[in-house]
Design a protein around this ligand. Sequence first.
Ligand code: MOS
Length: 731
Amino acid sequence: MTTDTPTTNVIGRPIDRVDGPLKVTGRATYAYEYAEGGKAAYGYILGAAITKGRIVAIDSSEAERSPGVLLVMTHRNAPPQADFGPPVTPAVPEVFTRARPVLAGDRVRYYDEPVAFVVAESFEAARAAAGLVRIRYKREDAPFDLRAGVENAYRPARANAGIPTDTAVGEFESAFAAAPVKLDASLTTPFEHHTPMEPHATLAVWSGDQLTLYTSAQTLANIQAGVANTLRIPPDRVRVVSRFIGGGFGSKLIAHPDAIFASLAARALNRPVKVALTRQQMFANAGHRATMLQRVRLGAGSDGRLAAIAHEVWSATARSEEFAEQTVAFTRSLYAAPNRITRHRLFPIDTHRGEWMRAPGEAPGMLASECAMDELAEKLDLDPIELRIRNEPDQDPERKVPFSTRNLVACMQEGAKRFGWEHRPAKPASRREGRTLIGYGMAAAIRGNYLGPSAARVSIDAKGQVTAQLDMTDIGTGTYTILTQIAAESLGVPMSRVRIELGDSRFPRTAGSGGSWGATSSGWALRNACDALKQKIADAVRASGTGSADDLASTVARIAPNGLSAEGTVTRGSEYQDYSQHGFGAHFAEVGVDCDTGEIRLRRMLGVFAAGRILNAKTARSQMIGGMVWGVGAALMEEGVMDPRFGHFVNHDLAEYHVAVNRDVPNVDAVFLDEHDDKANPFGAKGIGELGICGAAPAVANAVYNATGIRVRQFPITLDKLLPDLPVVSV
Ligand code: MOS
């Protein structure tokens, strides 16, 4: 559908991406492609060859003499920066903005931590010279042992986003003990890595005391503050530009070494400097999802009604900087039960910090809860959908406030109908096509709806051309497009008259792209800006004493030949507290498992979602399918393998770190139910960025169980874990 659409009911339409032509013709400029400020020099980061210890000697003389080299930076000559500070930050927002100095001392805190930095006339020259830096280390042991970690875990002060670590309602232990039907299941999930297509990359350009960073970021304000705090300069001296981003998945919410090194070196050399992390460096230096053990206990009556729910997690965290993924927080809102506990625990290891990754909390947490519900359904001889319906709460079970909207049951029922759930093999390992075992699985989806304070500016000129500016980013999700739709509909102009400008910290500040809040937060601010602009136009028309002209352009030309502009803002209102706000959904998967080799193939998958009003049916569907693909990867492939002796990720490239690719995801579809959440925002929309991955992995895992009768509790489910127990199938 082209952009010359009507000016009403634009929101919701399946509009093509407005930035699509720029991207497919190579005219969308990404961070490393910028050529601002003259001929750039190129940086290369040298990472530590040990996981933990000290640098006792470092010799960079040969590197300095290497052809084309302009600068070799080590901890001995690195420019002064702010201290890194304590491993736990006292206030939640500081996590995003704290100083992150590089080469701050002789200490090595994790494998591949930057220990030297070389700048040269070319990337190749810098990389070659980095290989000539000689370093002698004093190594300390950094063993990694999940079981020992769990035994020595501690309770953090809070989980991510300030969420309480523990909750308790009723008397879990006695209710669980008394329940006629019990399930107690533990499972592990591995380290996972974000692996966006575009690496972390920055071009830094100084002009006097003003720094401009062309970088790949989800949230500009965080990068601006993080770099400014590290360099000990005021944030308004740092401009961050990030107009196009090749994915982030949570790994571009804070400043990384590319931005800090580029800033320091560009200042030292008085010349623009470009720095990108290599794909391998991203595995150690750009966050990850930590490995964790989860335990779920469910106690039910013989009618399937839950009397007791416990969901606990023990997660690894970096010793140098704590990150407590809110893995079990969603369980507080998902199913009814009078007696319940949730707990987050951590154990330190020697890695780079964990970061927010693809639905932090729900993505790994729902693997545990939704596989447990599948197991309980079998014990009760109930259909998994029926079990969930019997435990549908009429209000938030822990907060005791109403849900703004909750259409989980409708999602499950609609999905069952469309998927043909009634054809599910009733008994595990009972259906075969040739030598392929066939299984169906389903799982629920829930994801919190968040809002971040945001602002927007919109202006109109005498020709009726509308320009909106926000420091919002489009990380590939379709933000340019939906904001164009929102401005067009709010102002009653065709989309072709609207230009959305994003990705510049000089524009009004938004909450950026993260936590699935981007579309609704920035969209609401933009709508408020458009309303303010309309009001200005109406006031000016009234003041001029003439009637309104027949179109907006001629009205503006008459009343304000130089154009008009207005700002809009949004902050959390009382609805945010007074209602439990979540998007919901249901996933259905069919897999085939080779009964000789254990090879698992997804055959088809369907997600049905209820997440308020959908702003663009096309980009929203793509977003959900993307999330479901990540769910397939989480169930079957993704695993950062840590060497237990040396504590580093062994498979740190995309040849050995497996993500789901085209061949792995045939026939995936996502549909939305009609919903309007009037508590969420004036559009009635909820965030959907991460909803697609929530529950996707357990639907696949439950399908593997249904196909084989084997319950694998160590994710990902790879064929070696099925092989010993595969049913013997005679021809
Ligand atoms: Mo998201 S993991 O908050 O970018």
